[in-house]
Write a protein that binds this ligand. Structure first.
Ligand SMILES: [Zn+2]
Length: 111
C-alpha cells in the first residue's frame, strides 16, 4: 500500500472500529440489500391460504447497477440472510465512522 500508517498513531476508539470492521469482513457473511416480508396466496384452490391464512415469503431487494433486483429467500436460509444484511449495515456504519475520523484528521492537518 502506498501510504501506510502505524496502528500506534490511531486513537483507541479508531483501532476498535477498524478491528470490528476487519472481524466482520473476514469472518461473517454480509449482503447489501433490504428485506421485505410479503404474504400471498399460492393459487391452489384447496390450500389453507384461500381462507385468509396467507403464505409468508421473505424477499431480499437490492439495487444493483441502477436496477432493482430481488430474490425470494427459502426458509432454511432466512436466519443467515437476515444476519448477513445486519452485518453489512454494521460494516457500512463502521466504514462511515472511520471515514469521518479521517475527514477530521485531514481538516485539522498540520501541513
Ligand atoms: Zn396456499
Amino acid at each position: 500500500m502506498g501510504d501506510t500508517f502505524s496502528r500506534a498513531e490511531l486513537s483507541a476508539a479508531e483501532r476498535e472500529l477498524r478491528s470490528q470492521l476487519a472481524q466482520l469482513a473476514s469472518g461473517a457473511w454480509f449482503l447489501r440489500g433490504a428485506l421485505s416480508e410479503r404474504s400471498s396466496k399460492c393459487g391452489k384452490p384447496s390450500c389453507h391460504c384461500v381462507s385468509g391464512e396467507l403464505h409468508g415469503s421473505l424477499y431480499l431487494v437490492q439495487s444493483q447497477a441502477g436496477k432493482v433486483r430481488q430474490m425470494c429467500i427459502p426458509r432454511v436460509l432466512q436466519d443467515r440472510v437476515r444476519q448477513a444484511v445486519k452485518n453489512c449495515q454494521e460494516m457500512q456504519r463502521l466504514i462511515e465512522a472511520v471515514s469521518e475520523l479521517e475527514w477530521k484528521r485531514l481538516r485539522t492537518r498540520k501541513v
